[in-house]
Design a protein around this ligand. Structure first.
Ligand SMILES: [Zn+2]
Length: 203
């Protein structure tokens, strides 16, 4: 049945392929990733990443254009105008696929368009978790609601809400790229991304 078909097409990943994809994600385009994964398809690469990293996989560190429109409230034409003015090159997931905008490009665009920070102290344009600007910033880059949620999740994991305890917990429980990612947020006094916390819940 389905099992047989999978077996026929399965080609094991080498360590080298896996690591070059892990390191290349976010700074290389999809064509590059597929090639360095040993000429695999986009769906093979992204499912591998989703399975092993689980942090947005191939679009890690990038935003889609529709996401930008949702977060900033600017429309397609305003964002394209900003792109042209700033001479930015946006990557695409494939020839007819989505635009991918990096975090740096995102920041450049919103400042060009004159959007104010949602949290000045954190230099954030929206809540880290729910990506909205509706609520007020509470702490750790989160709005009131998300901070409540953060507290609940930490409580369920038996961790105090102070940065020291959260950091110690992260170092204890996480490793590799996931730990690195968590520390990037903690170093900036921000909350750990919700997908990382949820992985810990499942364990
Ligand atoms: Zn929020």
């Amino acid at each position: 049945m389905g099992k047989k078909r999978n077996k026929a097409t399965k080609r094991p990943w080498t360590k080298k392929q896996y690591y070059s994809v892990l390191q290349g994600v976010g700074s290389n385009n999809v064509k590059w990733l597929c090639k360095h994964a040993g000429n695999r398809t986009f769906s093979a690469v992204s499912s591998k990443l989703n399975r092993h990293v689980g942090l947005g996989g191939i679009t890690r560190g990038s935003y889609t254009l529709s996401y930008l429109i949702r977060t900033t409230g600017y429309n397609f034409f305003q964002l394209k105008r900003a792109q042209r003015a700033l001479k930015q090159k946006w990557k695409k997931t494939s020839k007819n696929g989505y635009y991918l905008i990096t975090e740096d490009q995102f920041e450049e665009i919103v400042s060009w368009l004159g959007l104010d920070y949602w949290s000045k102290s954190h230099r954030l344009y929206k809540c880290l978790w729910c990506h909205s600007r509706n609520d007020h910033h509470k702490v750790y880059g989160l709005c009131d609601e998300c901070y409540k949620e953060y507290g609940k999740k930490l409580y369920a994991l038996n961790v105090n809400r102070n940065l020291c305890s959260i950091r110690k917990f992260a170092i204890d429980k996480l490793e590799g790229v996931v730990l690195e990612k968590a520390l990037k947020f903690l170093d900036k006094n921000r909350a750990i991304p919700v997908d990382i916390l949820d992985v810990l819940h499942v364990r």
